[in-house]
Design a binder for this molecule. Sequence first.
Ligand SMILES: Cc1ncc(COP(=O)(O)O)c(C=O)c1O
Length: 403
Amino acid sequence: MLYDNFFKKELDVLKSEGRYRVFADLERHADRPPIATWHSPDGNKPVVVWCSNDYMGMSHHPEVIQAATQAASNYGVGSGGTRNISGTAHLHVELERTIANLHEKEAGLVFTSGYVANEATLCTLAHGLPDCVAFCDEKIHASMIHGIRHSRVPRHIFSHNNLDELRQQLAKYDKKQPKLIAFVSVYSMEGDFAPIEEICDLAEEYNALTYLDEVHAVGIYGKDGAGLANSLSQQHRIDVIQGNFAKAYGVVGGYITGSKPLIDYVRSFASGFIFTTSLPPMVANAAIASIKILQEADDLRHQLWENVNLLKKLLATTQVNYHDTPSHIVPIVVGDAKTCKDFTDALLHDFGIYVQPINYPTVSRGQERLRLTVTPFHTKEMIHDMVNALSSLWGKFFMKMAG
Ligand SMILES: Cc1ncc(COP(=O)(O)O)c(C=O)c1O
C-alpha cells in the first residue's frame, strides 16, 4: 500500500467538502486581550479573537501568571511521573481539595485534561458497575461518547434534552440494574442548558447515577463560579460533577468530584488516570489561583454578562441567524461547511476578526456554524465592530448564494 497516497486522498475529501481544518497561527498577548498577532501568509497582522474558551480572560490574569511562574521556579516545570510513581505533588492534593470544596463534594480527582477526565471516568464507571446501562444526551462531548463506547456497555442515546425519551429508555430496565446518565450543563455548540433538576428527578425515580459535565459552566455560573447545577441548587443531587481548568479558569487540566468511595474507585481503576504523567505543579498552582480569583469575581462576571447582553441586543437588530441562547455562548448557524469557511475567512481577511468555523463532526451536517464567545475584555467598540462586520458579510454572502 502507498500509505501517503491513502492519507492524501482522505484529506482531499475533507478539502472538497470545505471541512479541512486550517489552524490560525496566532500569538495571543497577555497584556492586550483579546488582541492577538496573526502570523498570516502575508505577514503579521493584529486580530481580535472572538472564539476563545478562555471565557474570563484568566489565562493572562497577573496573579495566575505569577502562581504558575512561582511554582515553576520552586518545583520545576514537570511533575516527574505518574501520580503513583513520584508524580503526586502537594499542589495536586491542594487542587483536589479546592475542587471538592467548590462543588461541596467529599473528594476530587485531577486529570491531565477535561477530555481524559470524561473518557477515563465514564469508561471506568460504566465498565466496572455490573450490568451497567448508559443513557446519554445526543449532544454530549466526544470524550464522553468515547468513554462510554470503550466501556462496551449497552447505551441509549436520547434526543437532546428530551426527558420523555429518557424516561422511556430508563423504564425498560429493572430498578435494581445499575444505570448511568451522562449529560452536560451548558452545551458548548448549542449554548443551551440541560434540564438538570428534571434529569435528577428521573435518576432518583429509576435509581441511576448522574454524571454532569460542567466544563463550560464552572467559573461563570453559580455561587463562587461552582457551575450551573450549583446555581439551580442541584449540585448535591449529582453523583459526579466533572469540569476542567482550561475554559473559564484559563489554564489546562480536568477533574471530577463526588463521594469518597467513587473518587477512590476511579483513582484506583481508571487507566487514563493511572498510566500518564500528572499535571505539572505549576499548572496546578495556576488552576488553584484562578479558581480562588473567580470565586470572588462577581465584578468580572458582571462585565461578561454586560458584553454578552450587548452582543445579543445588537445582533437582534440584524438579519444574522444567531441563536438567542440563555448562556454566554452565541452560535450563528450558516448551514454549509464551505460557506462557513468562506465567511470566517472574510471576517479574518477583511475585518481582522478571528472566529473558527465549526463543521461536522463537531456539529451535524447542515448545522455548520460560527460560535461567538465574548469576554469581559472585549470593548464596546469591538462588539459594535463585530456586529457591523457580521451584518455586512451576512448580506453579501446570502445575496451571493441567492444569486
Ligand atoms: C463539553 C466538553 N467536555 C469536555 C471537553 C474537554 O475538555 P479539555 O479541553 O479540558 O480536554 C470539552 C472541550 O472542548 C467540552 O466542550
